[in-house]
Write a new protein. Structure first.
Length: 177
């Protein structure tokens, strides 16, 4: 029991330290509220560079297919789509053994956007999902907050797929779904 409590205490302390760093970025050196360092938000337009960087590192080759116009989507939708691709590509690097190809597909319809990331790898250690991290759980929460849906799991014949459907008009925070 004691080792479990120590791990919980350590995780809590790490989370608080991380939060202090984030808050510190929003303040100037005197501790007063300052102007935060603003960087452009990554959205659909930056998905291409994510895929290119993934392929450039070596290993699996990534391919991107985009259909439709994404310019008129709300920032919550475009940043979430970007985050989905980033997390899925990270998971391929971490968990897909002997992966040779990754396919990233983003399709715009009248209702919203569908993002699909699939690979042909095998899970490391013979396990379908470790469940040890918060990547997919965090994505599911983020996607759900704006009224989207996420599915992730193994593909028959090998590989893994993450499919996310995002609305063109996100659900306002706090609205009933």
């Amino acid at each position: 029991m004691r080792p479990s409590l120590e791990r919980i205490e350590q995780a809590g302390a790490e989370a608080l330290t991380s939060m202090r760093h984030m808050v510190g970025m929003l303040r100037d050196a005197n501790g007063e509220k300052g102007e935060p360092a603003l960087a452009p938000l990554a959205g659909i337009a930056e998905v291409r560079s994510l895929v290119e960087r993934f392929s450039a590192v070596g290993g699996a080759r990534a391919r991107l297919d985009m259909e439709g116009t994404f310019d008129d989507l709300p920032v919550e939708v475009t940043t979430t789509a970007h985050r989905v691709v980033m997390e899925a590509l990270t998971n391929v690097r971490k968990h897909a053994h002997a992966c040779t190809e990754v396919r990233v597909r983003a399709v715009r319809s009248a209702d919203g956007v569908t993002v699909l990331v699939s690979d042909d790898g095998r899970p490391r250690g013979g396990r379908q999902s470790s469940g040890g991290g918060f990547g997919l759980k965090g994505l599911a929460e983020r996607v759900s907050l704006i009224g989207g849906r996420i599915q992730a799991g193994p593909i028959t014949g090998g590989g893994w797929v993450v499919e996310v459907t995002l609305p063109a008009s996100p659900v306002p925070v706090g609205a009933a779904r």
